[in-house]
Design a protein around this ligand. Structure first.
Ligand code: SF4
Length: 340
C-alpha cells in the first residue's frame, strides 16, 4: 500500500474572533500570509516526497472554513491546480464545528476535498463553556453528521485535561467521535501555554492542569476506545510542527515523547493482562512479541514498562521483540519455565 503523506499548509488564524482559554493566538497577531507562498510551500514539500506516495494537501493551523469564502476558495483553487497536474491526490482541512454549514460544505464539495478534521475538543457543555470555546456540544454533533452526509471523511480532534474535564467526559467524547463514523482521531492533552487565559486560571487556582502521568493514562483509555471501533489515531500529543517549543509550555501535559508514552501505556496494559491470564508469576523468561515499530513504545521510557512488568511478575528475563505479522496493539507472549 502506498504511504500516505500530508503536505501541510499552515493557515494563520486570521481574525479569529474566539478566545479559547488554551490558545495563545500567536498566529493571529502580525501573521503575514500570501497566496504565492502557499504555491511555493506545496511545490517545495512535493520535491521531498517519494514518487509513489499517496499525497494530500492539508490545510491545518487555523479554522479553514472561517477565513472567508474568498480566501478559502483561492487556497482551494491552488490545491486543485496541483490535483489537476496529478501531483496531489486530495485535500484535507481542519476547522471548528461551528464553521460547518450547508453553504461551506457546498463549496468544499466542488473541490477534491476528501477529509474534514473537526476540532470537537469535548462533548461536555461544561468543558466547552469553561474553555470559552464559543459553542455547545450540539453544534459538534450536527457538524459531524453533516460532514458525513456530504460524503467527506471525518476526523475528530479532541483534548484532554481542559477545565471541568473528567476522564469520563473524555471517554464520552471519544465514543461520540466513533459513533459519528469518523475514520480517524487526534488526541491533544491540554498544555498550559505562556500568556493564555489558562495560565491565569491556573495561577489563580481556578484550574488544575493535568499532569503528564495522568494525561498518558487518560490518553491510553481513549486510544483503546478508538482501537476497539477501528478508528485510526493519527496523533497523540503536540509536536514541534504544532509550533510549540518547550519554553512555551508552562504547565500541563507537555512532553516531547507524549505520543509514544501513551501508546506504550496501551501496550503495558495489554502485556500485563496477558501475563496475568497466563499466570506468568515466577516464569524464568517471557518473550513478548509486538508489532513492527512498537518495541520502543512497549518497553517504555527508560525501560519503565519492561521493568515494572518484570518486577510485578517476578520474571527473570523479559524481552520485547518485534513481530511484523502483528498489527495495531496486538501482542503475543511466550513463557519459559526454565531459561535456556
Ligand atoms: S483555538 Fe480558539 S481562539 Fe485559538 S485560534 Fe482556534 S478558535 Fe481561535
Amino acid at each position: 500500500m502506498a504511504r500516505h503523506v500530508n503536505i501541510p499548509v499552515f493557515i494563520p488564524n486570521l481574525g479569529c474572533p474566539y478566545k479559547c482559554v488554551f490558545c495563545d493566538q500567536r498566529e493571529i497577531s502580525g501573521s503575514k500570509f500570501s497566496l504565492s507562498d502557499v504555491r511555493e510551500t506545496i511545490s517545495k514539500a512535493l520535491s521531498t516526497v517519494e514518487p509513489d506516495a499517496e499525497r494530500e494537501i492539508a490545510f491545518f493551523g487555523g479554522s479553514f472554513t472561517g477565513i472567508g469564502d474568498r480566501l478559502m476558495t483561492s487556497l482551494l483553487d491552488i490545491a486543485q491546480e496541483f490535483i489537476s497536474g496529478g501531483e496531489i491526490g486530495s485535500i484535507r482541512l481542519s476547522t471548528r464545528p461551528d464553521m460547518i454549514d450547508a453553504h461551506i460544505l457546498g463549496i468544499l464539495s466542488r473541490y477534491s476535498v476528501r477529509t474534514i478534521e473537526l476540532g470537537i475538543q469535548s462533548v461536555d457543555d461544561r468543558v466547552l463553556s469553561a474553555s470559552n470555546r464559543g459553542h455547545a456540544a450540539a453544534v459538534s454533533y450536527e457538524a459531524c453528521r453533516m460532514v458525513r452526509e456530504y460524503g467527506f471523511d471525518l476526523v475528530g480532534q479532541m483534548m484532554i485535561g481542559l477545565p471541568e474535564s473528567t476522564p469520563a467526559s473524555e471517554r464520552e467524547t471519544a465514543e461520540m467521535i466513533c459513533r459519528s463514523g469518523a475514520v480517524g482521531a487526534r488526541i491533544y492533552p491540554a498544555v498550559v501555554l505562556r500568556g493564555t487565559e489558562m495560565e491565569r486560571m491556573s495561577g489563580a487556582g481556578e484550574y488544575s492542569p493535568v499532569t503528564v502521568e495522568d494525561a498518558v493514562s487518560r490518553s491510553a483509555d481513549l486510544i483503546e476506545i478508538f482501537d476497539r471501533h477501528g478508528v485510526a489515531v493519527l496523533r497523540v500529543g503536540l509536536c514541534a510542527s504544532d509550533g510549540l517549543s518547550e519554553g512555551d509550555a508552562v504547565g500541563g501535559a507537555y512532553h516531547p515523547a507524549f505520543g509514544e508514552m501513551a501508546r506504550g501505556e496501551v501496550f503495558r496494559r495489554r502485556i500485563e493482562e496477558r501475563l496475568e491470564a497466563l499466570g506468568a508469576y515466577g516464569a524464568s523468561r517471557a518473550d513478548i512479541f509486538v508489532p513492527k515499530g512498537a518495541v520502543s513504545a512497549a518497553i517504555g521510557q527508560r525501560r519503565a514498562n519492561a521493568e515494572a512488568l518484570r518486577s510485578k511478575f517476578n520474571i527473570n528475563t523479559l524481552k520485547i521483540i518485534e513481530n511484523p505479522q502483528l498489527i495495531g496493539y496486538n501482542i503475543n507472549v511466550s513463557l519459559s519455565a526454565q531459561e535456556k
